[in-house]
Design a protein around this ligand. Structure first.
Ligand SMILES: *Cc1c(COP(=O)(O)O)cnc(C)c1O
Length: 388
């Protein structure tokens, strides 16, 4: 079979199902208003929640480190040497998270696909929330452990699955802290209790809680006030921190084991020095500027209330991620396109990123959105609602 034949078939199938995706060109920084495909639009599709990717102190740190150390790290950390900026960043991450140690990966995706296969293998069991992020799903596949899916945030279901599976060597519960497409918060206190009672490990993916929830923005575990030194916390430097990279925070022993075993840590090049310095500077700003978090959540509340008033159906989010439920993929695309014409960019999210029948706009706000931008966005949504 020629390559072209099946490529064309798959392409047509995607288009017919309303699931085709394409890239849009951005010609500006991820601020409240951006230039997208040549048009000025309000950006409601960024994970740069605190606006730190354009913060002057963060940019200055990236520039200074790049001038001192160059643009690349030249090799894997174990072989080519570990830049001192890694040590500083990991020490500060561990301090923020309240753990003994932390380890930085190239991305959150690399972190999940690397950690999970170290924690569990063929004779083990993973219990995974049905709405967990794709990088967790891929990490589970790579681990070759048996996987059982529990209903979204359903702790009773989780507990029952644990009770009936006590034969496995090791058991690992995995949950998003804040769910990436729904914006709701996992019931971590209850999950941690069940994990402790059942002697199972707990891995929390805090990609969207870090920088937003808990004391100093340290995340979802802190938000619940859990003293859980045995919780393994991963997260990303690519969202509220505004840069790039993933991390794991936990015990010194865990981190040392990951350095020795995690394939996505060992067999890849370290992050650029500028990226490490930027993340460390952003971490400092995040911890010392609570008004960024307050402003972020205030913007979310204003927009959420207005969208519900206008007549949109929102899933019950408690955070900066506002899912506007639309159902079929074609409908989500149609509404997103209509909003673009009104100067508002809110990305349509369709399967496989969300379950079939729950296509939506994933609306996210930033701390840097001005009142004027939020109100322009609300007006755009109101115009589109009237024309539907
Ligand atoms: C974005 C995301 C990741 C991946 O992080 P990157 O740094 O973007 O690779 C992992 N988990 C969740 C829940 C995410 O939303």
């Amino acid at each position: 079979m020629h390559t072209d034949d099946w490529l064309q078939t798959e392409y047509t199938e995607l288009k017919d199902a309303g699931l085709f995706r394409h890239l849009r060109t951005v010609m500006s920084a991820p601020s409240g208003t951006i230039n997208l495909d040549g048009r000025e639009v309000i950006l409601l599709g960024s994970n740069n929640y605190l606006g730190l990717s354009t913060h002057p102190q963060v940019i200055a740190a990236a520039v200074a480190a790049t001038e001192e150390f160059g643009t690349g790290s030249s090799g894997s950390r174990l072989i080519s040497g570990n830049n001192e900026l890694y040590t500083t960043l990991e020490t500060n991450l561990a301090k923020t998270k309240g753990t003994e140690a932390a380890l930085v990966f190239s991305s959150g995706y690399a972190a999940n696909t690397s950690i999970i296969p170290v924690l569990v293998g063929e004779n083990d069991l993973i219990l995974s929330d049905e709405l967990n992020h794709a990088s967790i799903i891929d990490g589970c596949r790579l681990s070759r452990a048996t996987k059982k899916i529990y209903r979204h945030c359903d702790v009773e279901h989780l507990q029952n699955l644990l009770i009936e599976s006590s034969d496995f060597r090791r058991r690992l519960i995995i949950t998003d802290g804040v769910f990436s497409m729904d914006g709701d918060i996992a019931p971590l206190s209850d999950i941690y209790k069940v994990a402790t009672n059942q002697n199972a490990m707990l891995l929390v993916d805090d990609a969207h809680g870090f920088g937003v929830l808990g004391k100093d923005g340290s995340g979802t575990v802190a938000h619940f006030g859990i003293q859980g030194e045995d919780i393994i916390q991963m997260g990303t430097l690519s969202k509220a921190i505004g840069g790039l990279g993933g991390y794991v925070a936990g015990s010194r022993t865990l981190i040392d084991l990951l350095i020795n075993r995690a394939r996505g840590f060992i067999f890849t090049t370290g992050l650029p020095p500028g990226t490490l310095a930027a993340a460390d500077a952003a971490l400092k700003v995040m911890r010392s500027t609570p008004k960024l978090r307050q402003r972020l959540l205030k913007n979310a509340e204003t927009l959420k209330t207005a969208l519900i008033d206008i007549g949109y159906t929102l899933l019950p989010s408690q955070t900066q991620i506002l899912p506007v439920l639309l159902g079929e993929p074609q409908r989500a695309t149609e509404v997103a396109e209509a909003l673009l014409l009104k100067g508002v960019y809110a990305p349509a999210i369709r399967p496989p990123a969300v379950p079939t029948g729950s296509s939506r706009l994933r609306v996210t706000v930033m701390a840097t959105h001005t009142d004027v931008e939020i109100h322009k966005a609300i007006n755009g949504f109101a115009d589109v609602q009237r024309s539907l």
